[in-house]
Write a protein that binds this ligand. Structure first.
Ligand code: KIV
Length: 254
């Protein structure tokens, strides 16, 4: 099933909510694929969680291609969406070339932030599935505050959502907006919305893997950790160091 077919099952009249998780390497891609999560997103959040950079706008196509290839190697059969990084859609022609490069690296669809209708239409015209992204847009945001609170901002998000769908996107990520706005957008569109901090009325949910696993140093309020992997890993490493430094590992030959 291609990405457009997959996402269409989660739009209006959907079978159930869709699950999406970010993924950046082959090991976690293989684990995520065996967990039956519906979609793996090679998000440009890899700048923050994998590369230690303060802003997602600090990475480009080389990093996105590198990590998309790794995820595809780990999960050959998964539906993989890859982010177009900041600046990669600065012109329609560039956006198409960069989308083709991400597909060649293993992506089934590309995701782009903002309401670039012409860009979305041009990529879709080349036969590449596009996922939109509205609400908080980390590539350009000046603050991490919730978006869409005032009547004007709310109307803007609704209008942009309508235009992203009309341009041909097959799904729309909604980040950090009020739940009732997430509900209104979801009810208005026929393509599925995938929320991250956008309430439970969205057609699906996406989280950053490191938040879900408790690896992040700062946990967003809308992304509770399901396991304290940072604590577990720290304890395992401290135990290893203790045993090596005290001569207990490896154990003496029997
Ligand atoms: O890059 C990313 O992790 C994302 C999610 C926040 C949806 O775009």
């Amino acid at each position: 099933m291609n990405a457009v077919e997959l996402f269409s099952r989660f739009g209006k009249g959907r079978i159930r909510p869709l699950s999406m998780i970010t993924c950046y390497d082959a090991t976690f891609a293989a684990i995520a694929a065996s967990s039956e999560v519906d979609v793996l997103l090679v998000g440009d959040s890899l700048a923050n969680v994998m590369l230690g950079l303060p802003r997602t706008s600090e990475i480009g196509m080389p990093e996105m291609i590198h990590h998309t290839r790794a995820v595809r190697r780990g999960a050959p059969l998964a539906c993989v969406v890859a982010d177009l990084p900041y600046g990669a859609d600065s012109s329609t022609a560039q956006a198409v070339v960069h989308s083709q490069a991400l597909v060649a690296a293993g992506a089934d669809a590309v995701k782009l932030e903002g309401c670039g209708e012409e860009v979305i239409a041009a990529i879709v015209a080349e036969g590449i599935a596009v996922v939109g992204h509205l609400g908080l847009l980390p590539q350009t945001a000046v603050s991490l505050r919730q978006v869409g609170r005032s009547p004007e901002d709310r109307a803007l998000v609704l209008d942009q959502a309508r235009r992203v769908q009309a341009a041909g996107a097959c799904a729309l990520v909604l980040e950090h907006i009020p739940s009732d706005l997430g509900k209104d957008v979801t009810e208005m569109l026929s393509i599925p919305t995938v929320g991250i901090g956008a309430g439970n009325a969205c057609a699906g949910q996406v989280l950053v893997l490191h938040d879900l696993l408790g690896l992040s140093e700062r946990q967003p309020p809308f992304a509770p950790a399901r396991v304290d992997l940072r604590g577990i890993v720290t304890e395992a490493l401290a135990g290893y160091h203790r045993d090596v430094s005290q001569g207990r590992f490896p154990p003496p030959a029997a």
